[in-house]
Design a protein around this ligand. Structure first.
Ligand SMILES: Nc1ncnc2c1ncn2[C@@H]1O[C@H](COP(=O)(O)OP(=O)(O)OP(=O)(O)O)[C@@H](O)[C@H]1O
Ligand SMILES: [Mg+2]
Length: 322
């Protein structure tokens, strides 16, 4: 009992946003599987779909309806209770499906009352977090809209997925320099993890998988992106004095994706076989989406599930355990 209490007390409830200013890198896929993993670890978990496209909601069987009824705007205005928007997924976690978010975004730009970036925090997250939910996971659009800043202010914790594509590094650069860095002047915004996704190429050749993984595991420029707003020079790609590239990367790249300098050298010298780094490309992700269920339900034996459990632990701990 004593032990249980100790474990319980070190955990804080937390809201986390999946964010990167680039579409298709896996925000919704990870938001879905991470919420499922948190719920399987006995956490009261709420998934909030803030992308007007509503793909996340669709993938769990909730359709992007335009209704005359209650929507997010009523809650942001403080006119109705957030719990009225919540639905059960049937998979152990709850969801607020995307609903009328185009209209909400329009209203956020013109309505004096709800223009504030604090509205999602005060009207939605504060009343629910801790009392009703241990974790609130937010899925966002891949481009900036009025809900973006609201979500970052309300969560203050970000997970950034990156897929091996030419625009990956520019995606994280834009995200940290335009969104996270400026907010850090006013509040603490943590990047809990950067997660590579949809990997499938060799690492002992010049592939886009290698380019992404080597950059996020070795480069000072990448570390500087993570420390936007903390004194890093984004244009020069340098950290402030006293900050160490490896330490910054250790604090942000999950151990399943951490491949240090000496390992790259050993791969290139032929001294070791290139490792297989998650998250891998798996057809099961799109099939689970088609079947409107989390991947753990579609394929309970999927070899990628353990990494979502790792991510869930990172969320529980508020970052990587050093
Ligand atoms: N590891 C993976 N293996 C196979 N397919 C994947 C993987 N991750 C994502 N996908 C697929 O890639 C597509 C894009 O993923 P997802 O919708 O999660 O990205 P997103 O960042 O939410 O995009 P958007 O910004 O458009 O909302 C989806 O069809 C998804 O099923
Ligand atoms: Mg999405």
């Amino acid at each position: 009992m004593f032990q249980y209490e100790q474990v319980y007390m070190t955990r804080e409830s937390r809201a986390v946003a999946l964010q990167v200013l680039k579409g298709g890198f896996g925000k919704s896929t990870i938001a879905n599987a991470l919420s499922d993993a948190l719920a399987r670890r006995n956490n009261r978990t709420l998934l909030l779909d803030l992308d007007p496209e509503g793909h996340l909601s669709t993938g769990l069987g909730f359709y992007n309806r335009s209704t005359d009824g209650l929507d997010f705007r009523d809650v942001l205005l403080g006119e109705s209770d957030p719990s009225e928007l919540i639905e059960e997924t049937g998979y152990g976690f709850d969801i607020v499906p995307a609903q009328n978010l185009e209209a909400v975004n329009k209203d956020l730009s013109r309505d004096e009352v709800i223009r504030s970036d604090e509205q999602l925090k005060t009207q939605f997250v504060d009343p629910l977090l801790e009392d009703e939910y241990d974790y609130i996971i937010m899925d966002l659009a891949g481009s900036r809209n009025k809900l973006t800043n609201n979500a970052l202010v309300a969560s203050r914790n970000v997970i950034i997925p990156l897929a091996p594509a030419a625009e990956a590094l520019n995606g994280i650069r834009q995200t940290t320099s335009k969104l996270i860095g400026p907010l850090r002047e006013y509040m603490n915004v943590e990047i809990l993890a950067v997660v590579p996704n949809d990997l499938q190429q060799r690492l002992d050749q010049e592939t886009t998988d290698r380019e992404l993984l080597e950059s996020m595991n070795t480069s000072e420029r990448f570390a500087a992106y993570l420390e936007a707003g903390h004194g890093a020079d984004i244009d020069a790609g340098t950290l402030p004095e006293g900050m160490n590239t490896q330490e910054v990367l250790d604090a942000h790249i999950p151990s399943f994706a951490r491949v240090k300098e000496e390992v790259w050298e050993a791969i290139d010298n032929g001294e070791r076989k290139p490792p297989t780094i998650p998250l891998r490309h798996r057809a099961a992700f799109t099939r689970a989406y088609r079947d409107r269920c989390p991947i753990s339900v579609y394929d309970p034996d999927c070899d990628q599930l353990q990494y979502f459990d790792d991510l869930a632990q990172i969320v529980e701990n508020g970052g990587l355990q050093q």
